[in-house]
Design a protein around this ligand. Structure first.
Ligand code: G3I
Length: 301
């Protein structure tokens, strides 16, 4: 009947959307959100620049508009994101070394503590691996504080909110490739050493095709003992859009530890991919073919 209800019938999975606090006054938008989705991610409002615009001075006004809406509707909330090289406040961009490390870990602790008990899954660290064939870490101010910054962040997040699932989230990991294998090796290492990690997010910003080993890639992570989630799904409009949405949905359903799917926006006009019409609802809020194929896939078709 709806994306969220159909996902819930498949082992209690969720079907979510990234939303913007500034659109919660748009009735077309909110009607679709409340009808179709049972999970939300803040598209920007929980990022470092939003929540700690000045050092040590936290602002949760926009994030809370999303949190309160979601809780009022009984929706799960994915927290996005505690640490990332992108959308850092200016003051953090100017730090390095132990000063940056301390500020970053304090940020994780403060934000995860503030939202304790409300977040289903946190993207503790976002996009820390390099593109291309190296399989290594992305260079960033955070990486330059030491290779252990990711595990330090996960330990701080666990201490702050023991009930949240703690995820690593990245893009271009939608098949078995050097980047996803680098992440796989990190997760395997974390599990072997007891670093607290519960899930891996696969953003899945897709073009005109889907990797033939998409499902196998999800499964190899699940086999390490973590949940997997599709966290930022959108697919360029084209002849194959509906099929790709359905294929992603079927892949998630085929992996028992794939808990849920989040699309990165509601209507095409809400998308960060301007002009690509990559979402499930057109700019007027009408269901697209991709919506129908996704719902059919959720229902086993
Ligand atoms: O809020 C300001 C506004 O005050 C200002 O007038 C305007 C002018 O540029 O900018 C507004 O901020 C924009 C913000 O979105 C809110 O709309 C930023 O410029 C813009 O860069 C920002 O883009 C976001 C992007 O992350 C930033 O990297 C997108 O909305 C958001 O969809 C996108 O999300 C990321 C995920 O977090 C991580 N994975 C990739 C994904 C897509 O890029």
């Amino acid at each position: 009947s709806t994306l969220g209800a159909s996902a819930a019938e498949k082992g209690g999975r969720y079907f979510g959307a990234a939303i913007a606090a500034g659109r919660l006054g748009d009735s077309t938008y909110v009607n679709i959100l409340n009808r179709e989705f049972n999970s939300v991610t803040a598209e920007n409002e929980m990022k470092w620049s939003s929540t700690e615009p000045q050092r040590g001075s936290f602002n949760y006004t926009s994030a809370n508009r999303i949190v309160n809406h979601a809780l009022g509707q009984g929706m799960k909330i994915r927290g996005h994101t505690l640490l990332w090289h992108g959308q850092q406040p200016g003051w953090a961009q100017g730090l390095s070394g132990s000063d940056l490390r301390n500020a970053a870990i304090n940020h994780v602790t403060q934000v995860a503590t503030y939202f304790r008990g409300k977040i289903h899954s946190w993207d503790v660290v976002n996009e820390a691996f390099a593109d291309g064939g190296s399989g290594g870490r992305r260079d960033s101010n955070l990486q330059r504080t030491g290779n252990d910054w990711i595990e330090a962040a996960f330990r701080a997040a666990r201490a702050a909110d023991p009930g949240a699932k703690l995820c690593y989230n990245d893009y271009n990991t939608d098949g078995i490739n050097a980047k996803s294998t680098g992440i796989y090796n990190m997760v395997r290492d974390f599990k072997s050493r007891g670093v607290p990690i519960d899930c891996v997010g696969f953003q899945s910003h897709l073009g005109g095709s889907i990797s033939g080993d998409y499902q196998a890639n999800l499964q190899r992570f699940a086999d390490l003992g973590v949940d997997v989630q599709i966290t930022e799904l959108d697919v360029a409009q084209g002849s194959n859009q509906a099929n790709i949405y359905a294929a992603v949905t079927r892949a998630c359903l085929a992996v028992s530890r794939c808990n849920g799917i989040t699309v990165w926006g509601i209507r095409d006009s809400d998308s960060w991919r301007t002009g690509e019409n990559p979402l499930l609802f057109d700019s007027s809020g009408n269901k697209k073919a991709a919506y129908t194929s996704t719902l059919n896939a959720l229902n086993g078709g």
